[in-house]
Design a protein around this ligand. Structure first.
Ligand SMILES: [Zn+2]
Length: 127
């Protein structure tokens, strides 16, 4: 794997590894794994979209209404810890640009109905 040179206080994460950790039952509380899921799937505007029931499966909770309720409880806990933004939910976890940025992936969120154009245009700044 490549090694990168960064400016300022930025570093990098490997998103596939955070996706794996999101499902690791040994990492608790579950709110931490919600944060990992946000980091693992976030796109260029910091949104990580999931299909119905998908986040509960990713977190290793399972399928169905009880699983979704348990996943939602973990999302609420993650919001309480400020690990994700308040507009996050089961269908989309949102990170602030001060915490996470990437040049890869989509620049829209269908669930929240926002795009990079709603955020003042280009995210590109010189570090
Ligand atoms: Zn979103």
């Amino acid at each position: 794997m490549s090694r990168f040179k960064f400016a300022g206080n930025f570093g990098a994460i490997h998103q596939p590894e955070y996706r794996r950790m999101a499902g690791d039952p040994n990492i608790n509380p579950r709110a931490f794994r919600v944060h990992f899921a946000a980091l693992g799937w976030a796109n260029q505007i910091g949104h990580a979209e999931f299909g119905p029931g998908e986040l509960a499966q990713i977190l290793g909770i399972g399928y169905g209404r009880a699983a979704d309720l348990a996943a939602n409880k973990a999302v609420t806990a993650a919001k309480g810890m400020n690990l994700i933004l308040p507009q996050s939910g089961l269908r989309c976890l949102v990170l602030p640009h001060t915490l996470f940025q990437t040049g890869k992936g989509s620049v829209v969120c269908k669930f929240h109905g926002v795009s990079i154009n709603d955020m003042g245009g280009s995210p590109v700044v010189s570090l």
